[in-house]
Structure formats: structure tokens, C-alpha cells
Write a protein that binds this ligand. Structure first.
Ligand SMILES: [Zn+2]
Length: 400
């Protein structure tokens, strides 16, 4: 086992890309893809990797066995229902840690265990599965499914009983993404005060609030976060690893032990394996999030990158790009020409800018280098044959 680089981060990460992420509709990873993603997560410093569901058997079980056997520093965890068969399947995969999940909301409890006496059956089933796992020498965490719609008193009771059995790591799942950050801060703070445990927030993104709710939980005292790379997951997905890690660092000054330069590669790898291209504007890791086109922004970034960037692109393995397009200004144009080795007289910049804007609009994409050379040639030629008085382009007002 490798040495952990970060021994005591304030918040730790359970990444669920290989389990919850893969449950995204239409996504299926091969064994090789799962092991490769697990290696990248491990290299990035993620502390726990929830690698799949042992009870599925077949390729899923082979992937779990291969991941468990890959010599990772991260703990490899199998997701189990509160069911002895799931525990035995995890043991057969060679896992040494399981996450045991039980429905917590009355709606889910009734569907799984019946409306009458369902809570008690849920409790007994959970404790039986936990004991079974412990008898097999497994480390155990427990999770409350649909906790955001559950009675907090029921969750507190279960958490207390689990504590007496040595289960300290507890996941509070906002399964359908119904939390909002201000309410979460208050509610989860109360929970953390009532039950001394290693609480983990597991947030879904149905209202686009998964990362915000994850941060709220950390402010409430939760010390573990569930994530998936790129937010891949059921429906609208989960809290994205890259968003959570970077937002915790830059907005709350909290470190997770995750090494951020690997985040973009990880996102690209998961995007490829899931056949879901990374959106250009995806927070933190999208190809456009450090691209600048508009005149005011480009000029600002050229002088002071931090003027229009929350952190340097290199911090997440990205790079800064200037896009020469419809909203470009002279500073950006001058910079692109210079860095492309194209020499243009200052008085030709205004008509060239006009030509660039027209090209972008007409072709629905910014000019490429060959296009730019052609535009330069056309503008210079027209200036040479005309009266030389190029029309001035009024500065475009840009919304900052
Ligand atoms: Zn989930």
C-alpha cells in the first residue's frame, strides 16, 4: 500500500463515480475502465472509492475484485443493501470495507419493509447486515437513503444504535436532491450536534444545488463528502468531485487532500468511458472555463489573470485560451496576432477586428489560424488599394 500524501485533511472524499456515477442511465464501464478510473482517483488522493455493487456479480464483481487488488492507497468500498447476501458477495470480491445502505424515509421504508412496523424491520435488517459484515472482519459505514425526506428522530435513533456497534461513518443521503443550502446548514448542524459520528453528505443535483448543499453540510460539521467525477449520476447526477474540492478550497479554505491538477484528466477519462462529452462550460474542468473572448475580459486577463479567473487554470490541469471571435477587442486581437507570428500594422487592427466579427457570425465559429491569415491578407490588400482610411470600429460595450 502506498503512503498517503495528505495525512489529515479537514474533509475527506468518498468518490462514488464507479457506483452511483455508473448508475446514470445508459452508462456502463468495462472492468478495465473501472480500474483505470480508480487508479486516477487514487493518484489524485481520494481517500475512499465506492467501486460498485458486489451483489450484481459478473463483470461488476470482477471489477470490484480487480480494484480491491490494485494496490491502491485509497480504501475500496462495495455498496451493499442491508442484506446478508450482499455482504457475502462483497467478501467474495475480496473487499475489506462495505457501505451498508438502508431506506430512511417513511415512503421508502414502507415500500421496502411494509407500512406497518416498517421502521422496526428496517432497523433490525440494518443492524443484522452490519453485524454480519463485522463478523466477516469488514470495516463498515452505513447510509440512510432518502434521509432528506426522513424523520430526523428516526435517523438519530439509528445513528445512535450504529454508534454503539462501532459504526461511526454515517452517510446522510439527499437521494432526490431536495435540500437547499440554508436549510441544510441548520438541519445537518443539529444532527451533527446530536450524534457524534463521522458524518458524510451525499447530495444529488436535481435542482443544481448538490455542490452548494455539500458545502453547507461541511459548514454544519460534516467531515466526509460523497462525490462523482463530473457529477455523473442518476438523473441530474451528484455533487461533482472537481466542484466540491475546488469550492471547499477557495470558498471555505478547507482542504480535502485531493490533488487538484489531476481533476481535468479525470473528468475527460470519465467523460470518455461514460460516452458523455464534457460540456465546454462545465464548472472547473470544462474546456471553456478558462477561455476568454470579450474585449474587456481579454484585456483584463492579459494584464491580470485573476481579474476574470477564480484560480489559475493550471491548478486543475487546464489552460488559459484567448478566443478571437465576435466579442473580441483590440488587445486580444493584437495578442493573438503576435503569438501566431502575424505582423499587422496598428492601423489595420480596426478593419481586421470587423472582419473577424463578421467571420465568426457568418460561420458560427471563431476564425482558425488559416482563416485569420486570409482575413489579414484581405484587409491589408483592401487598405493598399483603397484610400487607406479604414473605418474605425466603435468599442463594443460588454457586460462584465
Ligand atoms: Zn446517490
Amino acid at each position: 500500500m502506498q503512503e498517503r500524501r495528505e495525512t489529515d485533511p479537514a474533509v475527506r472524499v468518498t468518490d462514488c463515480t464507479l457506483r452511483d456515477g455508473e448508475q446514470a442511465p445508459g452508462v456502463a464501464f468495462t472492468v478495465a475502465e473501472k480500474v483505470a478510473i480508480a487508479r486516477l482517483l487514487d493518484a489524485a488522493g481520494v481517500q475512499r472509492i465506492e467501486a460498485g455493487c458486489p451483489a450484481m456479480g459478473g463483470a461488476e464483481a470482477r471489477a470490484l475484485a480487480a480494484t480491491a487488488d490494485a494496490g491502491l492507497a485509497a480504501r475500496v468500498v462495495g455498496w451493499c443493501r442491508a442484506d446478508r447476501r450482499d455482504i457475502r458477495a462483497a467478501v467474495a470480491c475480496g473487499l475489506v470495507e462495505v457501505h451498508v445502505c438502508v431506506p430512511a424515509s417513511d415512503g421508502h421504508v414502507a415500500r421496502t419493509f411494509g407500512a406497518d412496523g416498517g421502521r422496526d424491520r428496517a432497523r433490525r435488517t440494518l443492524l443484522d447486515a452490519v453485524a454480519h459484515a463485522q463478523d466477516h472482519g469488514l470495516a463498515v459505514s452505513a447510509g440512510f437513503e432518502d434521509a432528506s425526506r426522513a424523520d430526523d428522530g428516526f435517523v438519530v435513533d439509528l445513528a445512535g444504535e450504529l454508534g454503539t456497534r462501532g459504526v461511526r461513518h454515517l452517510r446522510w443521503a439527499d437521494t432526490v436532491g431536495l435540500l437547499e443550502p440554508l436549510g441544510a446548514r441548520e438541519r445537518l448542524g443539529g444532527l451533527a450536534r446530536q450524534v457524534d459520528a463521522d458524518w458524510e453528505i451525499h447530495a444529488h443535483d436535481d435542482f443544481g444545488l448538490a455542490t452548494a448543499n455539500t458545502l453547507a453540510a461541511v459548514r454544519a460539521g460534516f467531515r466526509w463528502v460523497s462525490t462523482t467525477v463530473g457529477g455523473l449520476g442518476e438523473r441530474a447526477g451528484n455533487a461533482a468531485l472537481e466542484e466540491v474540492v475546488m469550492a471547499l478550497r477557495h470558498l471555505l479554505q478547507v482542504e480535502t487532500g485531493v490533488l487538484s491538477p489531476g481533476l481535468r484528466i479525470l473528468a475527460l477519462q470519465v467523460a470518455a468511458a461514460s460516452r458523455r462529452p464534457l460540456p465546454a462550460g462545465k464548472a472547473v474542468v470544462g474546456s471553456a472555463v478558462f477561455a476568454h473572448e470579450s474585449g474587456i475580459h481579454t484585456k483584463g486577463v492579459l494584464a491580470t489573470p485573476g481579474a476574470y479567473e477564480p484560480f489559475p487554470p493550471e491548478e486543475v490541469g487546464g489552460r488559459r485560451r484567448l478566443v478571437l471571435g465576435k466579442h473580441a477587442g483590440r488587445a486580444g486581437l493584437r495578442h493573438v496576432l503576435r503569438s501566431s507570428g502575424i505582423d499587422v500594422e496598428e492601423h489595420a487592427l480596426a478593419p481586421l477586428l470587423a472582419a473577424v466579427r463578421e467571420h465568426h457570425t457568418a460561420h458560427k465559429r471563431p476564425p482558425r489560424l488559416a482563416d485569420l491569415r486570409a482575413l489579414v491578407e484581405r484587409v491589408v490588400r483592401s487598405q493598399g488599394s483603397g484610400d487607406g482610411a479604414a473605418p474605425d470600429i466603435p468599442a463594443r460595450p460588454q457586460v462584465a
